[in-house]
Design a protein around this ligand. Structure first.
Ligand code: ADP
Ligand code: 5GP
Length: 207
């Protein structure tokens, strides 16, 4: 019989996984930077990638930049909680980092593509799934151009992929349109704050 006498004070709380996905250029990095700066309880996972560093990017800060052979070895050793090929490069999330962060009761922020996001949702159904988009594809194109970090060919691949990524939108839980940056950051902060009140399956709330 389920006992409902008393609310359990010391809930055995794991952190939450927050997945933020968006077509390239929609502003997810800018928004994630603001979130981790303002909320000490949110820790960003640094992914592994076979993509070359962009100007100014440093190993272990934006990504762990690895060769394809090393990445494939890590796949064999099951060191990724998810990985995917995105815009012709491999990207993956460290399983060890995710598990350790959740155990420390912190929220782990995964800034990953939709393929990876959906793999995470399958393994961790309680994950908070946020999709970021601009008002339209023209604005997305303008942001990719003015970011000035990718060549025209890369921008075109990313815009083509954006259309496919938007089709996965309905598999996410929250949509934030990044028109005004401050408002978009506030919206994501509000979603994250609400996680504190989320009911977790398999958690005993009463003793
Ligand atoms: P993503 O990580 O999704 O590829 P970024 O965070 O790099 O996107 O943002 C793409 C570009 O758009 C950057 O130059 C960033 O400064 C700019 N940007 C982000 N949000 C806004 C916004 N709300 N209005 C105008 N420019 C923005
Ligand atoms: P960029 O090359 O612009 O940094 O990232 C390209 C895409 O790869 C973005 O959609 C980004 O979210 C995604 N990405 C970054 N890290 C990971 C990861 O670990 N796993 C997956 N599946 N996608 C990732």
């Amino acid at each position: 019989m389920i006992k409902v006498n008393k609310f359990k004070k010391d809930l055995n709380k794991l952190g939450n996984i927050i997945v933020i996905s968006a077509p390239s250029g929609a502003g997810k990095t800018t928004i994630c930077d603001a979130i981790v700066r303002s909320d000490k309880n949110v820790v960003r996972s640094v992914s592994y990638t076979t993509r070359s560093p962009r100007k100014g990017e440093k190993n272990s800060i934006e990504y762990f930049f690895v060769k394809e052979t090393e990445f494939k070895q890590m796949i064999k050793e099951k060191r990724f909680v998810e990985y995917a090929k995105v815009h012709n490069n491999y990207y993956g999330t460290s399983k060890d980092f995710v598990d350790k962060t959740l155990k420390s009761s912190k929220n782990v922020l995964l800034e990953i593509d939709v393929q990876g996001g959906l793999k995470i949702k399958k393994q961790y159904p309680q994950s908070c799934m946020i999709f970021i988009m601009t008002k339209n594809l023209n604005i997305l194109k303008q942001r990719l151009i003015s970011r000035n970090k990718d060549c025209t060919e890369t921008i075109n691949i990313r815009l083509k992929n954006a259309k496919k990524e938007i089709q996965c939108l309905k598999k996410y839980e929250y949509l934030v349109i990044n028109d005004n940056l401050e408002k978009a950051i506030d919206s994501v902060k509000t979603i994250i704050k609400s996680l504190k009140y989320k009911i977790i399956a398999n958690q005993n709330y009463f003793i």
